[in-house]
Design a binder for this molecule. Sequence first.
Ligand code: SAM
Ligand code: DTB
Ligand code: SF4
Length: 336
Amino acid sequence: MSAAPIHDAPRNDWTLDEIGALFALPFNDLLYRAQAVHRANFDPNRVQVSTLLSIKTGACAEDCAYCSQSAKYDTGLERERLLPLDEVIEAAQAARSKGSTRFCMGAAWRNPTDKNLDKVIEMIEAVRGLGMQTCVTLGMLTEPQARRLREAGLDYYNHNLDTSPEFYGNVISTRTFQDRLDTLQHVREAGINVCSGGILGMGETGTDRARMLQELANLPQHPQSVPINMLVQIEGTPLYGRDRLDTLQFVRSIAVARILMPKSYVRLSAGRTEMSDEMQALCFLAGANSIFYGERLLTTDNPAADHDRALFERLGINMETGELQADRQACGGSGH
Ligand code: SAM
Ligand code: DTB
Ligand code: SF4
């Protein structure tokens, strides 16, 4: 079957056949189409950057088979309590001084308690006070919790589908795919921008990658931000030692994400320390237009900020300066 036309409005009814046809295109044809979609919707030479901070590390009750922070696996990670507010502010200021416009705080929780949320709300308010956009990733949320975060002025909530519904059970047993969809619904309905994507290279098939992207693209509204992570293999986790995903398959997945969700930011996320500059350049050509910026992700390394700035310079890419609040709910799928 032939692949869908290029300048379509955002759709939420992608079939697996259509997505399979995109993946089956010759590489150059796929990248050409993705770049055309990208140019129709974004400045092709601009990349948004966010900086991550783990505000509560380790001892997580969930069993995500990729994760350094699950209490179920011995990964040698020290557990830490919730960081004090002044340390969070310090880290956000340092990120801002390096040019980061969004600060993303992650906690190794199955879900936050209401008391936890009080503390996180103080952090959100303080980071907003620095003029930065805010994002948090805290696990599952109830409807009232999502509303409280919205009232605190939170810009983005990250909660990934992680993989296809079919492969999901091979990776996580302590919460369901439907639990994740429910949290995304609570976040969306509270009016917070949704950041949701997944991980590639966990041993999933090409069909699983297509199905994951289909699930994301067919949500009632496209996530405003779609992180595509390459598995960072952590010693002690069940996924350690998996065969690496072919790098060009990773680039193809970015291109397909760009075509399916034309107005979403596609984030080239974890795994960049193992990617060559040339592979990252291909990901930007395929339509990736945001990254995590700064030496650390949550518990693992990320390329040095200097290295990323040099790469952007070589590619003629500008970092998005970010207008606080301006992009709240500004893009997404149908329903607008
Ligand atoms: N505990 C919260 C949760 O799981 O919703 C928030 C933090 S969790 C670390 C956020 C996401 O990071 C996961 O959903 C997963 O997609 C990604 N991630 C975690 N460990 C990873 C790894 N080793 N490699 C690639 N991505 C990873
Ligand atoms: C996402 O999709 N990737 C980020 C962010 N959302 C929270 C996390 C990546 C974590 C990589 C492994 C680690 O540093 O622990
Ligand atoms: Fe916990 Fe999140 Fe890691 Fe899963 S990904 S084990 S929920 S910190």
